[in-house]
Design a protein around this ligand. Structure first.
Ligand code: ZN
Length: 137
């Protein structure tokens, strides 16, 4: 195992954990005064409707712009989260010295399946277990 990768230290510092900085705008439709249907939540990147789905009022540019902004932010968040995930995977495989193994992706996928519900730390533990059980000479 590589001692050059301070992966446990990075995990402790939360370097692979992306903090979502999304905004949930409470936007009020000028037509019906109802706002919940215009809230946009994290992950919601549906097309922005032209009309209020509740009362049919044309959605104003201010609301459209805010929703559009939020949509951009959601996509950026996902991209950053993806990059951090990829960095973790890269570091984790490097840590156990399996980066160039022909089945590296499969090995990682197995560790991910076993551990990800408990967090990256557990994924790494699973990977280390696999390494020590199967690959260590
Ligand atoms: Zn409305």
């Amino acid at each position: 195992m590589s001692k050059d990768i301070d992966i446990f230290d990075k995990l402790k510092k939360g370097e692979y954990k992306f903090e979502y900085k999304h905004r949930i705008d409470v936007l009020t439709c000028t037509g019906c005064d109802n706002s919940y249907h215009l809230k946009i939540k994290y992950g919601d990147i549906r097309d922005i409707p032209e009309y209020c789905s509740y009362c049919g009022t044309k959605i104003g540019d201010d609301i459209r712009n805010a929703l559009e902004e939020n949509k951009v932010r959601v996509v950026e968040n996902r991209k950053k989260e993806g990059e951090m995930y990829n960095q973790f995977k890269k570091d984790a495989l490097e840590y156990v010295g399996l980066t160039d193994h022909p089945k590296a992706d499969k090995i990682y996928a197995y560790a991910w399946e076993k551990g990800h519900s408990a967090g990256y730390h557990e994924v790494l533990n699973c990977l280390v277990d696999l390494y020590e059980t199967i690959f260590k000479d």
